[in-house]
Design a protein around this ligand. Structure first.
Ligand SMILES: CC(C)(COP(=O)(O)OP(=O)(O)OC[C@H]1O[C@@H](n2cnc3c(N)ncnc32)[C@H](O)[C@@H]1OP(=O)(O)O)[C@@H](O)C(=O)NCCC(=O)NCCS
Length: 246
């Protein structure tokens, strides 16, 4: 959800009920719809197992100081989790003119606020004051970005860098995180990048032991998030909003 948007369906990552498996394998890039070759990130295969319920932990666990939610350690060396680097090349392709285009994922928060505004413009989001946008970025727990980097044929080193995707998470740094402002440049949509972005963001949160992950989905993207494991209104519980009356 766009942070200042209208109502929406709350969704939480499906950690409820009892023990479920969140499969964070990188599956987004089917060769059918994604013209890039896989790079690092595809190797990161691990099923996180999460115990106890989100609402259970909210209602009783936290109050009783019972941190019931557990991320089990890998059971074998083979399943050893490879820590997600802060920045890595997610995918790469070579264009007919020899230009190499890389898609760089970063969870380091390196995003230019003007570039972000331009990206938000492309998907038709209403403009927000730049100072507030900058503050929101600064105060987010994780800001995940996708950049396209174009390296002309025969040239090494830094290529032209363009912001093509962003999602950010706010958090209490202990139990909970909420994902906001998920956006992919329209010319890069439908290629698995939005899914990869959210999967990597979830993974970065799980690595920091944050297991209660929620978001607010615009009605047209509920299925997008459901496919990623988010469940609307678990147990019928509704997100509620308060707005100024004037
Ligand atoms: C929503 C958005 C981030 C999705 O990014 P994307 O890169 O196009 O999505 P992907 O290509 O990774 O899609 C992954 C899967 O979700 C599906 N999907 C994508 N958008 C969907 C939608 N709006 N509704 C249902 N399914 C959707 C794809 O078909 C694909 O399915 P598959 O895995 O079975 O092939 C992108 O469309 C966007 O930026 N939209 C505008 C901003 C917006 O609405 N953000 C969300 C605010 S809550």
């Amino acid at each position: 959800m766009f942070a200042h948007d209208v109502v929406v369906l709350p969704a939480v990552l499906k950690l409820y009920p009892s023990t479920v498996s969140l499969d964070c394998r990188f599956q987004a890039f089917s060769p059918l719809n994604f013209p890039f070759g896989l790079r690092r990130g595809s190797r990161n295969q691990k099923s996180y197992r999460l115990k106890a319920g989100f609402w259970e932990s909210i209602r009783s666990g936290i109050l009783k100081n019972n941190t019931a939610q557990v991320i089990e350690p890998p059971s074998t060396d083979e399943e050893e989790e490879e820590l997600l680097p802060e920045e890595f090349v997610l995918a790469e392709r070579t264009k007919p003119d020899g230009t190499v285009e890389q898609i760089m994922f970063s969870s380091g928060g390196d995003v230019d606020v003007y570039d972000l505004q331009a990206l938000c413009d492309k998907v038709g989001w209403p403009r927000r004051p730049l100072s507030k946008l900058a503050a929101a970025l600064r105060n987010s727990y994780i800001v995940a970005t996708l950049h396209s980097i174009s390296i002309p044929a025969g040239q090494e080193g830094n290529g032209q860098k363009k912001l093509i995707g962003m999602a950010r998470a706010t958090s209490d740094h202990a139990f909970n995180a909420t994902i906001w402002d998920v956006v992919v440049d329209p010319s890069y949509q439908g290629q698995g990048l939005g899914k990869a972005l959210i999967e990597k963001l979830i993974r970065a949160l799980l690595q920091r032991d944050i297991g209660n992950i929620s978001l607010f989905a615009d009605s047209q993207v509920v299925e997008f998030y459901r496919n990623l494991g988010f469940e609307p209104d678990p147990e019928g519980i509704k997100g509620m909003f308060w707005y100024p009356k004037h």
